[in-house]
Design a protein around this ligand. Structure first.
Ligand code: BTN
Length: 251
């Protein structure tokens, strides 16, 4: 598959998440709004998302469910959206000869450094998803990052190449559209094995912090549950499940 996706570029906006939400009636399933610069880019856990003007990809893709979009998806199964989105980015980076892993639930890492972050915001219609806005920031041409950004890396820092953002946006959007189409059109399990295999720090013991208590412990990632919790085994062999805000990695 090599799907063509409609991409609308804006010079500047607060956040492509909010820009897309404001323009949602103009947007078809899987169309994209990309910004050269965001004045108030949003990250996970209420953080902001930093990206220098014109150097990186900052965009949002709309996923519609039901009429005019993907088959209905029960909110309990919405972790498949995360899986499909992360795999779409991984496949794109692999095409660029960049090997990466998925830091649960949806960061993309190259060894111990973050190259891409995601914010997925969904709106429900009863028990099902009405739509999801998948917001993605990829560090592309940026070489210097402010000291407060933890473990950043960019495509340029890894390959030495300078990238054309419009070209890269098209290739990445197409890779995401392929991934969403495979996973959300009748093959919900298609992403499971690959997502689990690509999990950052899977299978060995590392240190984590329990939140909000702040207690540090050693654990081994075993995988994820169907509803998107992280499964960790502790040194006593006991399995523990964590939701996103309940654990932080020590890197
Ligand atoms: C994170 O790792 O904390 C998530 C970062 C998500 C950033 C992207 S950039 C495009 C879209 N618009 C936003 O305001 N946030 C997402």
């Amino acid at each position: 598959m090599d799907m063509k996706v409609e991409i609308r570029w804006v010079k500047e906006t607060d956040s492509t998440q909010d820009e897309l939400r404001r323009r949602i009636s103009e947007c078809d399933n899987m169309s994209v709004i990309a910004a050269e610069f965001q004045t108030a880019g949003r990250g996970q856990r209420g953080n902001s998302w930093h990206a220098l003007k014109g150097e990186n990809l900052t965009f949002s893709m709309l996923l519609r469910f039901g009429e005019g979009g993907f088959p209905p998806l029960n909110a309990r199964g919405q972790f498949v959206v995360t899986k499909a989105a992360t795999l779409g980015v991984v496949h794109y980076l692999n095409k660029k000869s960049i090997g990466c892993s998925i830091k649960w639930p949806n960061d993309i890492y190259v060894r111990d450094k973050k190259i891409c972050g995601m914010l997925i915001e969904s709106v429900l219609d009863g028990e099902n998803l009405a739509y999801s806005i998948v917001g993605i920031g990829v560090n592309v041409n940026q070489r210097d990052f402010p000291a407060q950004i933890v473990n950043p890396v960019s495509m340029t820092l890894l390959t030495g190449e300078e990238y054309n953002l419009e070209d890269e946006m098209e290739i990445l959007a197409s890779s995401l559209a392929d991934s969403f189409t495979t996973v959300l059109r009748g093959k919900p399990d298609a992403a499971d094995e690959e997502y689990e295999r690509l999990l950052y720090r899977k299978g060995s013991f590392y240190e984590y912090t329990r939140c909000p208590e702040g207690e540090t412990f050693e654990g081994r990632i075993i995988g994820t549950t169907e509803d998107g919790l992280l499964l960790l085994e502790d040194k006593k062999g006991e399995l523990n499940k964590f939701a996103f805000k309940e654990i932080s990695y020590i890197i």
